[in-house]
Write a protein that binds this ligand. Structure first.
Ligand code: UDP
Ligand code: MG
Length: 320
């Protein structure tokens, strides 16, 4: 027999130095949640949950102030900056205790909050996960657009199941959050983990806006790290590629050896300095590269085996 679901929604928003956008984000999310509560789409105990990821500006003070003034605002303060994915996880795991459904989104209002209604309706129709997928990248810079597309293609090529053009704007049911709690990996790439959890899922599409204010907290270096994280945490194909290329290079080397030996007897050549140097350089470089790739995996194993906590919560501000 189906039991009636309660629908307490928590909107989890990781924030790193977001003081410029927080006021506007709070205003719009408050309007949105109030409207959804009025329309009986969600329970009146629904909240916004900001996660302060060790900001250097007054982000946490603002969150604490909004928490005082606005009974929809709650906050989690991390003890230091742990990066977007860990901050998001901290928020999800905290919200899990209070909410039936959680929607995660960025603080900068790039994700269209209007589709939250659709996300909740999809949930009510039975989806445990609803992915927010942007329908275009018109507002992205040329560089971001092309690097992002390359990333998705590469992930696909390496056999990692990620949703194309989906970032971290998604709805998760309590059941999914409970399962997510069982994934203990330190090298966190939520976009890869969520599809692994399974359950019925659906997609809502939206137009992604420009950042409302402030600058991206994902400079190139963080973006590259994130992409490597995604690949190494979800695919061992690079190791396989090394094995295969090693095999082919050995084969070619063997044929080359035949050529050299036969050549030696036929023409008695001693020339070949160029060939030798070229080969030494090629193999030297290739071997270092391979060792590097293997090293990357060992590095991941190293951080996984230590099982250090992924975040430390200093304070939680609820609002009941
Ligand atoms: N963020 C975070 N910790 C960090 C970096 C970013 O919590 O170390 C948050 C940030 O405040 C924002 C979200 O992650 O809410 C996405 O960052 P941003 O919008 O700067 O990335 P972009 O949209 O440019 O990829
Ligand atoms: Mg952004």
């Amino acid at each position: 027999m189906a039991t009636k679901k309660s629908n307490i929604l928590y909107v989890v928003v990781p924030c790193y130095n977001e003081s410029e956008v927080l006021e506007e984000t709070t205003k719009r999310l408050t309007e949105k949640l109030n409207q959804m509560i009025k329309d009986k789409l969600i329970d009146k105990k629904s909240k916004i949950m900001y996660v302060n990821d060790g900001s250097k500006d007054n982000t946490w003070d603002l969150i604490a102030k909004f928490n005082q003034e606005n009974n929809l605002v709650t906050g989690v303060n991390l003890s230091k900056n742990r990066g977007h994915q860990n901050a998001l996880l901290a928020g999800l795991m905290t919200a899990k205790e209070y909410a039936d459904i959680v929607i995660s989104m960025d603080a900068d209002l790039q994700d269209d909050i209007e589709v939250m209604n659709q996300m909740v309706s999809e949930y009510k129709k039975g989806s445990a996960i609803v992915y927010g997928v942007r329908n275009s990248r018109k507002k992205d810079t040329w560089f971001k657009k092309h690097t992002a597309q390359m990333f998705y293609k590469l992930m696909k090529l390496l056999g990692v199941d990620v949703i194309y053009n989906h970032a971290d704007y998604r709805l998760l049911s309590k059941r999914v959050l409970e399962e997510l709690a069982n994934y203990k990996e330190v090298n966190l790439f939520l976009r890869g983990i969520i599809p692994l959890i399974g359950f019925k899922s659906s997609i809502v599409t939206y137009e992604r806006h420009e950042r409302f204010a402030g600058v991206s907290k994902y400079p190139l270096k963080k973006m590259i790290n994130f992409a490597i994280e995604g690949i190494l945490s979800f695919s061992v194909k690079p190791l396989r590629i090394i094995t295969l290329s090693g095999f082919f290079i050995s084969l070619i080397s063997f044929l080359f050896l035949l050529y050299v030996v036969i050549g030696h007897f036929i023409t008695g050549n001693v020339a070949g300095w160029t060939t030798i140097v070229t080969l030494i350089c090629f193999f030297g470089g290739f071997q270092i590269f391979c060792i590097g790739v293997i090293g990357e995996y060992i590095g991941k194993i190293y951080s996984e085996t230590k099982q250090r906590p992924r975040y430390t919560i200093e304070e939680v501000l609820t609002n009941d």
